[in-house]
Design a protein around this ligand. Sequence first.
Ligand code: FMN
Length: 210
Amino acid sequence: MRKHYTHEGLGEDQLAPDPIAQFTRWFHEADDSGVVEPNAMVLSTADAEGRPSARTVLLKGFDARGFVFYTNYGSQKGAELAANPHAALLFPWIALARQVIVQGRVEKVGRDETAAYFRTRPHGSQLGAWASEQSSPVDDREVLEQRYADLERRYPEGEGVPVPPFWGGYRVIPESIEFWQGRANRLHDRLRYLADPAAPTGWRVERLCP
Ligand SMILES: Cc1cc2nc3c(=O)[nH]c(=O)nc-3n(C[C@H](O)[C@H](O)[C@H](O)COP(=O)(O)O)c2cc1C
């Protein structure tokens, strides 16, 4: 299963001055080239002892402040982020021989921002957020279906569903963002932006060996 990468490279001269602009460019290119769910990213966290865990989540917004996803604050990832508010995000855009890795500190997004996003979700997803004690063991699927049915009776379609207090967004505030482009002969391009208050753009760029 050895694949030869023949893609065009990523040079320092092509990079946008800041990594969010560069991310925007690659994100649109991933979307335009038919990557399935280009906003799916692997979120890695670690517990207080440094034991890592990973799972896929969906990117729901990004700007100069960081990268936002939504989840259950009581989940395993939520518990880990409460103990150790640092994370990595990995976008595996394999069809383009690209990956982007973001590392940074994590903060909860404000309740207003969470509520505004929650209101855009389909009714069923809103109820699903209430029905699931994410990452806790459950006896069987029936329990979940029953909880969902009870919620449907309480909040029929068209009725406003309150935002679960245990559910909301996190923002990963980037300290570094690496752009990886596969190239021939395993001489891949790896350009990493590092937050640097002394740099004119607030970022400096270094090239890493592949
Ligand atoms: C494509 C895809 C997208 C997902 N998006 C989310 C998401 O945005 N938020 C979320 O909480 N879980 C999402 N999940 C489920 C998570 O991968 C995971 O099972 C769940 O968050 C529990 O993780 P934890 O027990 O490590 O906290 C997604 C899974 C897949 C495969």
